[in-house]
Design a binder for this molecule. Sequence first.
Ligand code: PGA
Length: 244
Amino acid sequence: MKIIAGNWKMNKTKEDAKAFFEEYKALVKQTDNKVIVCAPFTVVKTVAKQKKKNDINVIAGAQNVHPAKNGAFTGEISVDMLKSMDCGAVIIGHSERRTMFLETDEFINEKVKATIDAGMIAIFCIGETLEEREHNQTFEVLMTQINKGLNGVTNSENLYVAYEPVWAIGTGKVATTEQIQETHAFIKELVTKQFGVDVPVLYGGSANEQNCSEIFAIQGVDGALIGGASLVASKFAAMANYQA
Ligand code: PGA
């Protein structure tokens, strides 16, 4: 079983999302993979409806959440609002949010806690920049992101970690087998130490229908967080259909 999580980012209107699933439903097979589509807020409900409407096994996800219950936070969205749209998962701490929207490890930590407390899956993203890798800081960076991002989190039942080297996101440059294996092993060791149980670790960064078999065969890879390839129904269906 692999976790196949799409990250649509700021793409797809309601009409686009419906057209995507029309095409996707003809291509996807019943497998035991867990498929998640993290969509813009405006189409989370459209994704959530696919189970009933088209008999598609997909969990609807979002790409951000605010940790507060409610209040004066213009432009933000709460866990209760997401849940009311049958949202079951949230991407937290994506590198685009860390760099473009200046999210700190501390803020990300609050979001992880709020999401897990609400019973939704938290897809907690970490990863080093090219500069950090070239300065041999990869493991230090990952350790800091994990220690701060998961500080005080006690329940790992709905926690997934997504290892996304920033230099591999949207670049067509996939991390090597060796890089993926050693980082996933490192992440698993840290997280297992904290929770006492295994936590799924997804790889993200230019994963697609052509390289996913190779990526999924790497020890310690429990699935993928997929950007570009998740926007194309045929590509995403091919990944959702993965079987070892
Ligand atoms: P990509 O994006 O698959 O387009 O590299 C991955 C992500 O940003 O989660």
